[in-house]
Each structure stands twice: as C-alpha cells, then as structure tokens.
Design a protein. Structure first.
Length: 198
C-alpha cells in the first residue's frame, strides 16, 4: 500500500484516541477574535522513512516570532477553502508549488489561543524538493521524521502561566528545534489518528 493510501485510510478511520480538543472560549487570549479561519499544509515526504516539512518563523514577525510552524495562514476570500489557502501559503512561504502536492484530505481542526480555527491539510510531496524560504516570513525550512514526531515518548506536556492563567501545552524537542503549542498539538492529533498506519 502506498504512503498516500495509508494516509487516506488513517484520515478516514475512527480515532484510536480522542484528539486534543479545541480550547474553549474562556481559554482564549481574546474571545472576541474567535472564529477566524486558517489552514496549514502538513507536507509529508514520499520516502522510505517519511518526514514532515516544517518552518521556523523569522524573529522579526509581529506574532509567533521564531516559532516552529507548518506553512500556512489565514484563509482569504479568494482561496478555494482550506485546501486552496494551505497550498497558496506554502507556495508563498517556501516556494512549494501546488502542482507538487498530492492532497490527501484534511485532519482534525484546532483552535489556537489567539482565536484561529486551523484546518490541517495533509498532502504528500516528493522528497528533497528545492524549497526556498520567503525571507520576510521564514528563517528556515526543515524536515522531521514521522517516526520521531509520532512517537508518544516524544510528546511532553508542559504547564506555564500566561496572562494570569495556568495553560497547558505540548512540546516536542527534535535536535535543537522546539516544536510546541498549536503545531505540536496538531502533530499529536495526527499521530493519534495515523501512527498505526505509518
């Protein structure tokens, strides 16, 4: 069975475990901005040991500077829904052509503490594409093995105080990279749905 077929079967199957829930309104930094829609591209490389392509945001960005993220962003009115937005953002951010992405489907939505409802769009891409980070937004592009990202032993839950409230989040440490927050939560949701298929 091909990687694409295994991914499709995993997306269509019932969860082995419940997904991490979208935070409730009282968990949000500003509940007034809840409901903004965004999409990210979970680009999985078609190789013997598949990986996921991630980015490091530049330190100069107004929000989430320096954090590890999927390519993605807000869904614009001209986008063809979450899939169109994820493909457009990936091309803008890392020069990943939409023609190189075999879209498999969408995974569990996740609401960030900043109020975005994010749809992860799962796609398969050829390995070793010449990806180029957009200088204004992306400091680096890298790939992490699925086997590492989906291993529950690497999923660490942390607690921190933010704006006077105790907040829980997940963290995955890979080499010198710290993958945490919404990106880690969406990866763990995917792992709970897919790890038995990969």
């Amino acid at each position: 069975m091909s990687l694409a077929d295994r991914l499709r079967a995993a997306l269509e199957a019932p969860h082995a475990e419940a997904p991490i829930l979208l935070p409730s309104d009282d968990y949000l930094i500003d509940p007034q901005v809840a409901g903004r829609e965004a999409a990210v591209l979970v680009a999985i490389t078609d190789r013997a040991e598949p990986g996921i392509i991630l980015t490091t945001r530049t330190e100069t960005l107004r929000s989430h500077a320096g954090q590890v993220a999927f390519p993605g962003g807000r869904i614009d009115p001209d986008d063809d829904g979450p899939v169109g937005a994820a493909l457009r953002e990936a091309e803008e951010e890392i020069a990943l052509s939409a023609g190189k992405v075999w879209v498999i489907g969408v995974a569990d939505r996740y609401r960030t503490v900043t109020g975005f409802d994010v749809t992860p769009v799962v796609g398969v891409v050829p390995p070793d594409l010449p990806l180029v980070p957009a200088e204004a937004e992306v400091a680096d592009v890298f790939e992490v093995p699925l086997s590492f990202l989906f291993d529950p032993a690497n999923h660490v839950q942390r607690v921190a105080e933010h704006l006077g409230r105790e907040r829980r989040y997940y963290e995955i440490l890979w080499r010198e990279r710290r993958i945490w927050g919404a990106t880690a939560a969406m990866l763990i949701n995917l792992s709970r749905r897919m790890r038995w298929e990969i």
